[in-house]
Design a protein around this ligand. Structure first.
Ligand code: CA
Ligand code: CA
Ligand code: CA
Length: 308
């Protein structure tokens, strides 16, 4: 009898402990972390692979009063009907986010989804990078433009066969942790003219630059972010006009006047060949972006005068 009572006590104790653990897990899940359901479309993933394709996608989220949160996760792309679309769940600190950006550091430009939302029913944020918000392929060096630097990388890697897991079978997987340049944009493991076509089609296209902390705002803060050490002169010069407006103006100009004719396309090529050269000498990524923005200003001025 005594033994049985002890066992009952032990069982009750274990039950209470388990309950406590579950309550703690529930509380921490609800209070300290959020989940974001992300749906990502890779532009024109034309090579269907029966095993699908794994790629590391990097997300940045912004909440008022906080530094951006950056999370990289492996997303699986596959399926017979939509091999270009992948779905994943990312876990982020519990905050009131107002925008999210996504990119594949090895292959695409950066896109912003500022209409993403908190879904009461599923209890998670929902972000959508499909359709017009798909990730544009051809950016091989994780900067903000598809230009001759990407051509150079492509040329150097032309005819390369990749085998990410060393099993002897060529594959286009680029899981998180792969940092070497990788020019297989179509995801079949081979660098060929199909990959080159992305650079051709998207030449001159730029990243969406929203959902980043404004440099001036961070410079005023005390969180030691790299921008706080940047000369305010540069930041002021670069952000005299809100970048979002510049991007809108440039996009309008590009669509209306440049990409509609051969001379315009030649101009775009020339501009991107000579504009950002100075950025080569500066290693800090944020500074490079600032310089590129600055070098875009003459074009912005012309664009502003000629678009509606
Ligand atoms: Ca690039
Ligand atoms: Ca393989
Ligand atoms: Ca390929």
């Amino acid at each position: 009898m005594v033994k049985t009572n002890l066992n009952k006590k032990e069982v009750n104790k274990m039950k209470k402990t388990l309950l406590l653990i579950m309550v703690l897990m529930f509380v921490s899940a609800v209070s300290f972390a959020d989940q974001v359901k992300v749906t990502v479309e890779l532009q024109g993933k034309i090579d269907f692979n029966p095993n699908g394709l794994d790629q590391c996608i990097t997300f940045e989220l912004l909440a008022e009063g906080h530094d951006p949160v950056e999370v990289s996760v492996n997303i699986h792309f596959g399926g017979i009907f939509s091999p270009e679309i992948g779905v994943g769940i990312i876990t982020v600190p519990n905050r009131n986010y107002h925008c999210i950006a996504a990119r594949n550091k090895l292959h695409t430009l950066r896109q912003v989804d500022d209409s993403f939302y908190w879904d009461e029913i599923s209890g998670q944020y929902v972000a959508n990078f499909t359709g017009e918000n798909q990730l544009i392929g051809g950016n091989l060096n994780d900067d903000d433009v598809i230009d001759l630097k990407d051509y150079d990388i492509f040329q150097a890697l032309m005819s390369t066969l990749y085998d990410s897991d060393g099993d002897g079978v060529v594959d286009g997987n680029t899981p998180c942790g792969v940092f070497t340049e990788h020019a297989d944009i179509t995801g079949n493991g081979r660098v060929d003219l199909a990959d080159f076509s992305f650079l051709q089609i998207n030449f001159g296209k730029t990243s969406e630059t929203g959902c980043r902390v404004e440099p001036d705002r961070v410079a005023e803060g005390d969180d030691g972010h790299s921008w706080s050490s940047s000369p305010c002169v540069i930041a002021t010069a670069c952000y005299e006009t809100p970048m979002a407006e510049e991007v809108k103006t440039l996009s309008a100009f590009r669509d209306e006047h440049l990409l509609t004719n051969g001379a315009g396309r030649t101009f775009v090529k020339f501009y991107y060949q000579h504009g950002p050269k100075i950025a080569d000498y500066i290693s800090d990524k944020e500074v490079i972006k600032a310089v590129v923005r600055k070098s875009l200003r003459p074009l912005v001025w012309v664009a502003d005068k000629t678009t509606q």
